[in-house]
Design a binder for this molecule. Structure first.
Ligand code: SAH
Ligand code: SF4
Length: 351
């Protein structure tokens, strides 16, 4: 008996898996039921005859993750600890907002990139997620909250656990499944992938016909500073990272996003802000500033709001620059805080 989960397969793969005896229209019905209608069990797919549903249920798990814990923030953010088929767990976050929702998903369990300000780094890498496990997080959370992606202005950000570009094939396949008009139909422009700067993989991503928007975690204004806080800079130099960004094939509607985590007294001076402008000046870019979200074992502090404001105002003179509002800090759901935290004392939610 095969145990291939259906979620994660595209239509030709479903056709192939189910075998030549099943008419092609049945495979299409199954594809639509899973991805467009987000059926959570075979039983729910009432367009199929009962006998077929039963046969399918015996042969093929759907493969949706299950919720093992849920944490609610005072700002309405929800963090989910999800259990996968091998009993490992990973996190995804829902951030509801007026008129649109954002789902933040993981692409790996843990992360092998050793950024010094990030709680996920302390987990190390457990394993890559499959395409089905990546897309499944969106399918489960949107279905739990009755979000209809096509009308619900749903944004998906691959900014949870993991370095997405170290799992590029599965990230690209998951993006295709999420974006497919016959399925969830989340437009590419509403899906964003964030990377710590894996240069060869950025080039590879640029060649994909269907791909998310690209965000780069810049986080420093010069080479030495970046190497200190993101040791991966020794392998992929800041200078080369900026070069690959310059050559990146943007679509007509697209800008590169640069994320910059502000660490008090480390990379948050006005001089840093001016260097960021010089670095990015020639690019079609915007900058998202993130004041450090603290956590146990992170040897940095959050800068004062006045410092963040001053940094922003300098960058914003030349490049669109926004401060990302922390979401779900009190439940360890904000950027860089995903480490399966459970009973730890709550952090304040900042306004
Ligand atoms: N691994 C990818 C995506 C996940 S991290 C990446 O690094 O880009 C998502 C964002 O959170 C990144 O921009 C990262 O720089 C930022 N981040 C990590 N730790 C953080 C922290 N403690 N506070 C604020 N932002 C953090
Ligand atoms: Fe990994 Fe991103 Fe955290 Fe760096 S910031 S350790 S790349 S998840």
């Amino acid at each position: 008996m095969t145990q291939t989960p259906l979620i994660g397969l595209d239509l030709p793969e479903i056709q192939q898996l189910l075998g030549p005896d099943l008419p092609a229209y049945r495979a299409r019905q199954i594809y639509h039921a899973i991805y467009r209608d987000r059926a959570t069990s075979w039983d729910a797919i009432t367009t199929l005859p009962q006998s077929l549903r039963q046969w399918l249920a015996e042969q093929f798990p759907l493969g949706l993750p299950t919720v093992s814990s849920e944490y609610s923030s005072s700002d309405r953010t929800r963090r989910y600890l999800l259990t996968l088929r091998d009993a490992r767990t990973v996190e995804a976050v829902l951030m509801p907002e007026e008129g649109r929702d954002t789902i933040c998903i993981s692409t790996q369990i843990g992360c092998p990139v050793d950024c010094k300000f990030c709680l996920t780094a302390l987990m190390g890498l457990e394993r890559n997620l499959t395409a089905g496990e990546i897309a499944g997080q969106v399918m489960l959370l949107s279905s739990l909250h009755r979000i209809v992606p096509i009308t619900g202005h749903l944004n998906v950000v691959m900014m949870g656990q993991g370095e997405p570009l170290l799992n590029l094939a599965n990230v690209v396949k998951a993006t295709r499944l999420l974006a497919d008009k016959q399925g969830l139909a989340i437009p590419e422009r509403r899906i964003t992938v964030s990377t710590s700067g894996i240069i060869p993989k950025i080039e590879e991503l640029g060649r994909e016909p269907v791909r998310p928007r690209l965000a780069i975690s810049l986080n420093a204004s010069h080479e030495d500073q970046r190497r200190e806080i993101m040791p991966i800079t020794s392998k992929y130099h800041l200078k080369d990272l900026i070069e690959v960004c310059r050559a990146y094939p943007l679509r007509s509607w697209e800008k590169l996003t640069f994320e910059y985590v502000l660490l008090k007294g480390v990379n948050d001076t006005d001089a840093d802000a001016r260097r960021v402008v010089t670095l990015l000046g020639q690019l079609n870019a915007k900058v998202n500033l993130i004041a450090l979200n603290p956590g146990p074992g992170i040897p940095f502090e959050t800068p004062d709001p006045e410092r963040v404001e001053s940094f922003q105002s300098i960058v914003a003179r030349s490049i669109p620059c926004f401060v990302r509002k922390p979401r779900g800090r009190d439940i360890y759901a904000a950027c860089g805080q995903l480490k399966r935290m459970s009973g730890e004392p709550a952090l304040p939610v900042l306004s």
